[in-house]
Write a protein that binds this ligand. Structure first.
Ligand code: SUG
Length: 439
């Protein structure tokens, strides 16, 4: 087995975290719309989750929050003048656009990009493509800045290829790694890349939006040079999308040779398992841990985010650990399921719970908050070290959060231009913190 690490790059939760109700089909976002958020608590919860993984011996990185409000977007939408004038005018004429411009949605790093580790690609480089996130207005604003961020982190073309996002058209709707699962024997070995789509490019669907097209997944796999017999394209079930699984990672997670999935995640589950097994031929034997609808109804899976957990191979443990949100422990069917799961002989040996409630109330669990990047030792040497964390860097980021974040925020605060300058100052201070990490 060639050695490689799974590095989790978490989105550092930005100072404008708020409950905008912006995501149709995401029940948590709709149910908590208009509530007052606590950006400080949100960011501290996210950083504590990163600390927990570091302490378990895993490698942890971060992606900085994008600067908000997104003034270039407001300018393109016809607002002009000074920053104060743009914000005041947008607050009066188009509060919905101002809310989109203020969204901190880049925190959900699982949607930042699709990642193909070097073991899977024709040219032996690690490939990343930012997701165009074209289905939701507020999320479609992320990719140009995400591209810049990824290019500054993965900045050595000998090892990394960071592509531009796919064209912004509904035919190419792409939501990144949230709809992908990579399966393999060991992280450094060649793997199978499972791409889950909700619709064909030309298809219009009823009910909640299907945010990923098959065409988008296919073009990314081709662009990354994933070998055709190792790429699998599977359709997400309409039932799952309409129950609120706006990304596949709300009903399915996998790592190494294990796929942990709800019975209703895929349109044709037997065909999906068979296609993965066929693609894994000669590499590994697929283990499927399927949660029956009779034990955990899909509504409970979505409410509790059982599957939006991080499935981790921890140093010194021979079975996998499921890092689930506290809501999974508080929902009876999922708690009972987890209690029964671990004493068995299966691949998941332990469940731990983590508090990311602020993010959860917008539909983002532990798995949404991280982008998994499998990296070899040489790639780790080549990556920009400022974005790889140790505990003292986490302490410094927490100090920065405590100094600059509000403990209460709502959309009604956005029309005040003073908030924008407060946020800008916070970002300038963050740049200083990140610069200090490079030295
Ligand atoms: O895209 N929520 C995000 C949640 C993303 C979760 N990511 C994964 N499943 N990987 C979304 O729907 C809500 C923002 C608001 O309503 O203010 C939001 O964008």
């Amino acid at each position: 087995m060639s050695s490689a690490w799974e590095v989790n790059f978490d989105g550092l939760i930005g100072p404008t975290h708020n409950y905008g109700g912006l995501s149709d089909g995401n029940l948590a976002s709709a149910n908590n719309a208009g509530d007052i958020s606590n950006p400080r608590e949100a960011a501290l919860q996210g950083l504590e989750k990163m600390r927990k993984l570091l302490r378990s011996g895993l490698k942890q990185g971060f992606l900085p929050p994008l600067l908000r409000p997104n003034l270039p977007f407001l300018q393109c939408a016809g607002f002009s003048g000074t920053v104060e004038e743009i914000i005041t005018q947008a607050g009066k004429d188009a509060p919905a656009l101002l809310k989109a411009a203020y969204s901190a949605s880049s925190m959900w790093a699982a949607n930042a990009a699709t990642v193909s580790p070097s073991a899977d690609t024709e040219d032996g480089r690690l490939h990343l493509t930012p997701a165009n996130l074209s289905t939701m207005l507020h999320r479609s604003l992320e990719h140009p800045d995400t591209l810049a961020s990824l290019r500054s982190i993965f900045d050595d073309p000998a090892h990394f290829a960071v592509h531009e996002a796919l064209p912004e058209h509904p035919d190419f709707s792409d939501e990144g790694a949230a709809n992908d699962v990579r399966l393999c024997a060991g992280h450094g070995d060649e793997g199978v890349e499972l791409f889950v789509f909700g619709r064909e490019a030309s298809e219009s669907t009823n009910g909640f939006p299907a945010r990923q097209t098959r065409l988008a997944s296919e073009r990314i796999a081709a662009m990354h040079g994933v070998k055709t017999d190792r790429a699998v394209f599977v359709r997400q079930s309409v039932a799952a999308i309409n129950a609120g699984a706006f990304h596949n990672d709300v009903v399915c997670v996998g790592t190494l040779d294990t796929l942990f999935t709800h019975e209703l995640a895929f349109e044709d589950k037997e065909a999906a398992y068979q296609a993965i097994s066929d693609a894994a031929n000669g590499l590994f034997e697929l283990k499927v841990v399927e949660v029956p609808q009779a034990e955990v109804p899909i509504e409970d899976a979505i409410r509790s985010y059982l599957f939006n957990s991080q499935l981790l191979s921890m140093p010194g443990e021979d079975r996998l650990v499921l890092l689930a949100p506290l809501e999974t422990q508080e929902t009876e069917s999922t708690r009972t399921y987890c209690e029964r799961l671990t004493p068995g002989n299966g691949p998941i040996g332990r469940v731990e719970y983590v508090d990311v409630r602020q993010s959860m109330r917008n539909g983002g669990g532990p798995a949404c908050l991280r982008l998994r990047v499998v990296m070899t030792n040489e790639e780790l040497e080549a990556v920009n070290p400022a974005f790889l964390l140790d505990e003292s860097k986490i302490d410094k980021l927490q100090d920065w959060v405590r100094a600059h974040y509000r403990d209460a925020l709502s959309a009604s605060d956005f029309a005040d231009p003073a908030l924008a300058s407060e946020i800008r100052n916070a970002h300038l201070a963050l740049l200083d913190v990140i610069n200090s990490f490079s030295n």
